[in-house]
Design a protein around this ligand. Sequence first.
Ligand code: CAA
Length: 257
Amino acid sequence: MAYENIRLETQGVITTLTIDRPKALNALNSKTLQEIESALQSLSETRVLILTGGGEKAFVAGADIAEMSGITAGQAREFAAQGHRVLGMLESLPIPTIAAVNGFALGGGCELALACDLIYASEKAKLGLPEVSLGIIPGFGGTQRLTRLVGKMRAKEFIFTGAHVTAAQAKEYGLVLDVLPADKLLEHCRAVAEKMLKNGPLAISQAKRIIEFGADQDLRAANELERQGFAALFGSEDQREGMKAFLEKRPAAFTGR
Ligand code: CAA
């Protein structure tokens, strides 16, 4: 499918989705969100998804302010619903997702990264939720996902000040896993993806589901999810192959079945 504002590139089973509207610092307008949504629906062969931004300056500099400036409260509700749907779809993919934050990740851009499983950033990246500087609040899950990741007080500092923090600060706060030189960022993300690809896809998918659902439940209920997920993998081809390969002292050839 031909896209205007994003690019999809596949290397084996790793897909890189680039938000590519550099003239607007890759800002998310409705069309870009629609394109991301249809791209996410087309990933049946993909086993790891990497998200990044086109051009030199930005990952994504937020939701599109020009598009939002004239909308009504009702249209804003629909726009937020669209953003939540697309980011929810990203978060629920049964494969690992990695945000390669190569520049500004502000507002909706920071929220897009927060919907990924892992966030790595380049040394020149700046992250923040500056919506209050526009007289609004984050609308694509930032108040909730950031709070769950870094804690309530740090999230309030982020959101109330609207500050743009450096990648190094973001790492210190636990918002970014590691900071890489700009020209090594994608290479690093691909190397992490390759490590994941050695492992059982069903197991990774199950682990992701249980971490995500369990995080919102009390410990007893969450541990019950783990017990069920652990048992459910027994009898799969991946479980039989993984254990057989270990006992035969050879690498496993997983099929995801
Ligand atoms: N929406 C629309 N256009 C944007 C944009 C955005 N979020 N961010 C940047 N642009 C556009 C600029 O308008 C500019 O366009 P023109 O060349 O046509 O004037 C172009 O991208 C380049 O931007 P700047 O000239 O501003 O570049 P800079 O290097 O001077 O500054 C920046 C970079 C600090 C990121 C600055 O562009 C900026 O502050 N952008 C807005 C960041 C922001 O507030 N994001 C939150 C949006 S609200 C949101 O996301 C709501 C939500 O949660 C759903």
